[in-house]
Design a protein around this ligand. Structure first.
Ligand SMILES: Cc1cc2nc3c(=O)[nH]c(=O)nc-3n(C[C@H](O)[C@H](O)[C@H](O)COP(=O)(O)OP(=O)(O)OC[C@H]3O[C@@H](n4cnc5c(N)ncnc54)[C@H](O)[C@@H]3O)c2cc1C
Length: 358
């Protein structure tokens, strides 16, 4: 399928910067900072008036809510947002996860690299990521692409690593921005023993030196009841008014666990596809309001189906990860052996790349 048969991790801020550059190349402009605070049918009934915190108002026939998980546009449109119950028990996947960008007191790249980094392997040591499982949970360590990323994001002259791990339920609630002490505690408990700062565990102890950024969040899922709604005033139909059409994309439409790194992928694919459908609609002179709504409705139903599949997939992925934490269970060994089958590996790569659910 690809001549690059490996995973690469880049920071979301890099992706966002590339998209901003592309917007500039297209001579478009994103107006910042503007906060949408209200939306109602316009006085003349043609379109919706979206008002901003500056007091300014924009009139539009189509309003796209791309304003994230706490979408104001979704709320103002009266569209519900809840976890679609699936066959997988949500208590199993509703976990606390901590992510942090940190540096270490020693170079950890030799620990992350595979045993044999020979001359025939052209990849630099700092290329490798480690994802390990223990009975307590999983632990991810990934380099952030030294040296540009470290200096551009954090002004750091040392390598910065992204670490990520789950917090087992019995460990209780953690602060929303965990500090060095907590991160070290979990690293000692859940990461590779060779990354431990405890000399009784690791003869060559390594400690976290500096915390550049950290966050703690809960993995949960939610999907909007609909991604498309015709919004108008209570009596507008009788008065021959049309109102406007609200569409939701990205996190405003659906959120799920970050397992598998799917959220931004799906958001971008929503936007690309919606862009071409809308462009076709506004450039086709023959399309009337009803047929236009029909085309969008069909498209958004399809996107809703994709989002449901994605939520299901990330829940399943979390379930697999939990199963892999217990090497004494049958499930662990079933997953272990299934993971050796090339077809299974390909299917997983296809799903994780997002190509399997465009
Ligand atoms: C910890 C974590 C790790 C993640 N890791 C990955 C990953 O590895 N891969 C991946 O693909 N996805 C990942 N995601 C998910 C990804 O970040 C989101 O799915 C993605 O950012 C959604 O994009 P969005 O544009 O829909 O929403 P957002 O990125 O939330 O953007 C919404 C924008 O709308 C603006 N806004 C909000 N309210 C208003 C308002 N009232 N008026 C005007 N503007 C407003 C906000 O300022 C923001 O700029 C992760 C998420 C989290 C929390």
């Amino acid at each position: 399928y690809t001549k690059y048969p490996h995973g690469l991790i880049i920071s979301q801020s890099f992706t966002e910067r590339s998209l901003s550059k592309r917007i500039e190349e297209c001579s478009l402009r994103v107006l910042r900072p503007y906060e949408a605070v209200g939306m109602k049918e316009s006085e003349d009934g043609d379109g919706l008036d979206v008002s901003f915190n500056t007091g300014e108002v924009i009139n539009a026939k189509y309003v796209i809510g791309a304003d994230g998980a706490r979408s104001v546009i979704r709320g103002l449109s009266g569209i519900g947002f809840s976890d679609p119950q699936s066959q997988i028990d949500s208590a199993l996947v509703n976990q606390q996860v901590i992510l942090a960008d940190v540096s270490f007191t020693k170079d950890i790249s030799p620990i992350l690299s595979p045993i044999s980094t020979s001359d025939s392997d052209p990849k630099p040591l700092s290329f490798y990521t480690s994802f390990s499982f223990s009975p307590e949970g999983f632990f991810l360590t990934a380099p952030l692409g030294h040296p540009q990323v470290h200096s551009e994001i954090y002004g750091a002259s040392e390598p910065v690593y992204r670490i990520g791990f789950n917090v087992p339920l019995h460990r209780g609630e953690n602060p929303s921005h965990p500090g060095l002490e907590i991160l070290q505690e979990f690293t000692n408990r859940q990461a590779l023993v060779t990354m431990s700062s405890d000399p009784s565990q690791n003869p060559d102890p390594i400690s976290i030196k500096k915390v550049y950024w950290s966050t703690r969040f809960r993995t949960h899922s939610a999907v909007a009841d609909t991604f498309l709604k015709s919004v108008h005033g209570p009596e507008s139909k009788e008065q021959g008014k049309n109102g406007g059409i609200v569409m939701l994309v990205g996190d405003a439409a659906h959120i799920h666990s970050p397992a598998g790194g799917q959220g931004m992928n799906l958001a971008i694919r929503n936007a690309i596809d919606l862009g071409s459908v809308l462009a076709r609609l506004v450039t086709t002179p023959s399309s009337d309001d009803d047929s236009g709504f029909g085309i969008l409705e069909e498209f958004m139903k399809e996107r809703h189906g994709r989002a449901m599949k994605q939520i299901e997939m990330t829940k399943r992925f979390m379930w697999f990860m939990r199963a892999l934490m217990n090497p004494f269970s049958i499930t662990y060994w079933v997953i272990y052996f299934l993971g050796m089958i090339p077809l299974m590996k390909r299917t997983l790569a296809w799903q994780l790349s997002g190509l399997g659910n465009k």
